[in-house]
Design a protein around this ligand. Structure first.
Ligand SMILES: Cc1cc2nc3c(=O)[nH]c(=O)nc-3n(C[C@H](O)[C@H](O)[C@H](O)COP(=O)(O)O)c2cc1C
Length: 192
């Protein structure tokens, strides 16, 4: 098999499409973010990377709280808008007609139209260079009732957007189910 080297690239596909919320100077602001992932199970912790100049980052440092809102596909335009316009210039929550509410942390703004909202408290910030790695403990999770199946968030009802960077940045929908996780791999053992 012939391979081509393309240099050190962030070749991780796909990525989530999230709306990160923070109160900046006491006003809710939201930015699109794809560089995020699960970091710890107990307590539940996520990590995300923000460029230092993001208006949202200013709010995160002011309050040491933030929200993670998962937009569904019907919010594709609003999500992209929050990823190309800075809150230092416009009130994105107003322009996008987001219904903002607060949970137990009081300072992490949540978007009602997003089916899943996480309230997070910052536990570490690490300067990595171009980006700050913000590590936050999830303190509460809000899920729209109509996106639950047997009391659990159902990704097929949430309909999140997948962010794909290569070859052209796109938002994509979830595709087919290919196999049962933590299970299909056993078929290899059975064949031995
Ligand atoms: C799909 C998408 C993903 C993005 N992911 C990130 C990211 O992971 N980190 C980051 O710092 N900026 C990311 N951005 C860019 C910010 O969302 C953008 O600069 C935004 O205007 C910042 O808003 P703010 O200044 O109000 O915080 C992304 C933009 C888009 C469209």
């Amino acid at each position: 098999m012939s391979k081509v080297t393309i240099g050190p690239e962030l070749s991780i596909y796909p990525m989530p499409t999230l709306l990160i919320g923070a109160n900046v100077n006491d006003k809710p602001n939201f930015m699109a973010l794809a560089w995020a992932g699960a970091a710890n199970g107990d307590p539940p912790i996520i990590s995300m990377s923000l460029r230092h100049n993001r208006h949202t980052y200013l709010g995160i440092k002011q309050n040491w709280t933030f929200s993670v809102n998962i937009p569904s596909r019907d919010l594709i335009k609003e999500t992209d808008y929050c990823g190309i316009i800075s809150g230092s210039k416009v009130n994105k929550a107003e322009v996008c007609r987001f219904k903002v509410f607060y949970g137990k942390l009081n300072s992490a703004p949540l978007i009602e139209q997003c089916p899943v909202n996480l309230e997070c408290k910052v536990v570490h910030i690490l300067d990595l260079g171009s980006h700050a790695l913000v590590i936050g403990e999830i303190k509460e999770t809000h899920v729209s009732e109509n996106c639950l199946t047997d009391g659990k968030p159902d990704v097929n009802k949430i309909k999140p957007l997948i962010f794909t960077r290569s070859p052209i940045p796109h938002y994509q929908a979830f595709g087919e189910v290919l196999g049962k996780a933590f299970s299909i791999g056993r078929e290899i053992e059975e064949k031995k």
